[in-house]
Ligand binder design. Sequence first.
Ligand code: UDX
Length: 449
Amino acid sequence: MEENRVKKTRIVLVPVPAQGHVTPMMQLGKALHSKGFSITVVLTQYNRVSSSKDFSDFHFLTIPGSLTETDLKNLGPQNFVLKLNQICEASFKQCVGQVLHEQCNDDIACVVYDEYMYFSHAAVQEFQLPSVVFSTTSATAFVCRSVLSRVNAESLFLDMKDPETQDKVFPGLHPLRYKDLPTSAFGPLKSTLKVYSETVNTRTASAVIINSASCLESSSLAWLQQQLQVPVYPIGPLHIAASAPSNLLEEDRSCLEWLNKQKLGSVIYISLGSLALMETNDMLKMAWGLRNSNQPFLWVIRPGSIPGSEWRESLPEEFSKLVAERGYIVKWAPQMEVLRHPAVGGFWSHCGWNSTLESIGEGVPMICRPFTGDQKVNARYIETVWRIGVQLEGELDKGTLERTVKRMLVDEEGAEMRKRAIDLKEKLEASVRIGGSSCSSLDDFVNSL
Ligand code: UDX
């Protein structure tokens, strides 16, 4: 019924070529396709999406002369995004021109671009197309970027270096402290703030879509609705509303068999997302703490996540012994199935926004070890706003690790966190059902086109 109501028009999606951004963009594509739209995905030469059978209804285009995987390795993620925005403006215009005139018979209803693909401004202006900013991070991270893009970089830099100030709440962003601000993702503070002012710039956009739900972030969403000059549509969590596989690595499903052999709620699942790097020393401390906690653990060690090592060959023999005692290691896990597994009692996470939504979506409490950017914001919310996790701050030490794992999986405190996580899971599920806030918000967005 819904499909016939909407005139079939085309939506162009522009994802950032990174797992944590591609995944929600492709989920959004699925959600919009189910509403009757044709979908064109514009990729950079460094492609993180497989145009596999899962997306056989989608049309894919590549921006000519954009960056490759070698560029990503040479530049690092921050400079990669900056350079991409510098060089893609003209070639993206060509792509949009191609979609308009050659490839497709239908009109472009709008261009939806990831907040970090702000080179898209120029093309939408030139062709006078409606455009929509898609925020793949939380609404609160968007608020932070908006606030930070207006502050003086020099004085913020001094405040953030001062150990006393680091623990203070940042004015207007309660409960976030200076040290929780998403400042380290783009290298030096000045260039970070410059990128932020681009990501929150809605000057040519007609709307902002956020992969979040009002039951999670009502005050941040209200702030954005009031401050931005355009409608804000919280339509998440998209992984519940419209799942769409887009994994960059092959999933090792043997871990599900291993989980089948573990006791109910006994396993700690460890994954630090698709970008974070980890020092050998910290991994050893983690292995000691996990082993001493006496709880079984499933650990994702992503190839390339240990500097100077292809996978885990540089780790000392001691590490393998500790892990063998009660752990299981994979290169990449089917994360959503793992989190849904009854044996999993907790998720040790870097707190990327997708992992956070996926964990809450399965009612799994979290041990938070954020690395950079919005992960610190998410960790603070997990611990103090939703109260479904514990953050490990400062230097890692095996004693604290052991206690934290026990607090989560054995103590009454962990059971309370689990109850709150399950309560939030139910609220999230309700929000994407017909009549729920995210479901209605998606309909409002579609009707606005
Ligand atoms: C990055 C940033 O780190 C994050 O803070 C930001 O919000 C989005 O971009 P990433 O580090 O990849 O994302 O983390 P996250 O957002 O959690 O996304 C990781 C995705 O990979 C999740 O969807 C997760 O399910 C998937 N994953 C991870 C797997 O499928 N298997 C794994 O073994 C590990």
